[in-house]
Design a protein around this ligand. Structure first.
Ligand SMILES: NC(=O)C1=CN([C@@H]2O[C@H](COP(=O)(O)OP(=O)(O)OC[C@H]3O[C@@H](n4cnc5c(N)ncnc54)[C@H](O)[C@@H]3O)[C@@H](O)[C@H]2O)C=CC1
Ligand SMILES: O=C(O)[C@@H]1CCC=N1
Length: 274
C-alpha cells in the first residue's frame, strides 16, 4: 500500500504491535509510522524490532500524525485524550480501538465536538494480515477520511462498517475477543488428545490442521455450516456421540452467554472509566 500520510499509534502493546506489523507487511514505509508508549523499554524494543520512530511523549507523536490510532487500555483513555487534546487539530483523524469507550466519551475528554473520530475494533490476527476490523464513523468524519481509514485498516485484513455505535460492544465480544475463544478451544482439544494417549506434538498437529481445514471449508461457502457439520456426522457414529455430549453440556447456550457477558463487560468498561 502506498500512502504519504503519517500514522501515529499511542500504545505499543499487543494490539498496537499487531497493527504495526500488519501495516509494515502491507508496504507502509517505516518512516511514516510513529509510536508513543509510556514505557521507555517498549519504545526501545519497537525501534529495534520494527525500525520505526518511537517516543514516550504522546503529544509529540499526536502532533506528527495525520491519522492517530489510540491503542491504550480503556482505563488510560481519559487521561491520554485529555492530555493530547491540544494536538487534535482540524482534519486530523483519530481512531480509537479501546473496548467499550464511546465516541461521546472521546468527544467529551478531548473537549472537541468537531473532532473527526472513528471507533475501530480490530483483532490480533491483524499481525498476519488476517484480522477483521469493524469501524464506526461519527458524523463529523468526512467521506474522504472514511476512505483513508478503510484503506489503512485494510492492511490488517477485512473491514466491516457498522452503522449503529451500540453494536460495537457485540462486535468487541465476537470478533475483538474472538481469537481467544478459538485458541482456548484448540488448547482444550489438544489437552484432551494428550489425556487420551496422544503425544503433545501429534495432538497439536491434528488439532491445528483440523481447525485450518475446517475454517477454509467454512470460508469457501460451498455448503452452509450446518451442512458441513452434518457431512461429518455419520448416523450412529463417533461425531454424533461427540455432538450429543456438547449438546448435553449446553454448548450453544454457553457460547451465547460468553458473547453476552463479554459485551456486558464492554459496557461496564465504558461506565467504570467515565
Ligand atoms: N488485545 C486485543 O486483542 C485487542 C485490544 N483492543 C483494545 O486495544 C487497546 C490496547 O489493548 P492491548 O494492546 O491488548 O493492551 P496492552 O497492555 O498490551 O498495550 C497497551 C500499551 O499502552 C501503553 N500505555 C499505557 N498507558 C499509556 C499512556 N498513558 N501513554 C502511552 N502509552 C501507554 C502500555 O505501556 C502498553 O504497551 C485496549 O483499549 C483494548 O480494548 C482492541 C481489539 C483487540
Ligand atoms: O479483552 C479485551 O478487553 C480486549 C478487547 C477485545 C480483545 N481484547
Amino acid at each position: 500500500m502506498s500512502q504519504k500520510k503519517n500514522i501515529g499509534i499511542i500504545g505499543g502493546g499487543n494490539m498496537g504491535q499487531a497493527m504495526l506489523s500488519g501495516f509494515l507487511q502491507q508496504g507502509i514505509t517505516a518512516n511514516t509510522l510513529f509510536v508513543a508508549d509510556h514505557s521507555a523499554n517498549t519504545c526501545t524494543q519497537l525501534n529495534r524490532n520494527f525500525g520505526i520512530y518511537s517516543a514516550t511523549d504522546n503529544a509529540s507523536i499526536a502532533d506528527k500524525a495525520d491519522i492517530l490510532i489510540v491503542a491504550v487500555k480503556p482505563q488510560q483513555m481519559r487521561s491520554v485524550l485529555e492530555r493530547i487534546a491540544p494536538c487534535i487539530v482540524e482534519n486530523k483523524l483519530l481512531i480509537s480501538i479501546a473496548a467499550g469507550i464511546t465516541s461521546m466519551q472521546i468527544f467529551t475528554w478531548l473537549n472537541k465536538p468537531n473532532a473527526s473520530i472513528i471507533r475501530a475494533m480490530p483483532n490480533t490476527p491483524a499481525l498476519i494480515g488476517e484480522g477483521i476490523t469493524a469501524l464506526y464513523a461519527t458524523p463529523t468524519v468526512s467521506e474522504a477520511q472514511q476512505q483513508e481509514a478503510q484503506v489503512l485498516l485494510s492492511c490488517l485484513g477485512k473491514i466491516l462498517w457498522i452503522k449503529k455505535e451500540e453494536q460495537m460492544d457485540t462486535v468487541t465480544a465476537l470478533s475483538g475477543s474472538g481469537p481467544a475463544y478459538f485458541f482456548y478451544m484448540m488448547e482444550g482439544l489438544i489437552t484432551a488428545g494428550i489425556q487420551l494417549g496422544l503425544s503433545q506434538q501429534d495432538a497439536t498437529e491434528l488439532t491445528l490442521q483440523t481447525a485450518l481445514g475446517s475454517i477454509k471449508m467454512a470460508v469457501a461457502q460451498t455448503n452452509d455450516l450446518k451442512t458441513l457439520r452434518e457431512k461429518v456426522t455419520s448416523k450412529g457414529g463417533t461425531t454424533e456421540r461427540g455432538i450429543q455430549t456438547l449438546t448435553q453440556g449446553n454448548f450453544l447456550n454457553l457460547l451465547e452467554n460468553t458473547i453476552a457477558q463479554a459485551s456486558q463487560r464492554a459496557k461496564e468498561l465504558s461506565q467504570e472509566f467515565n
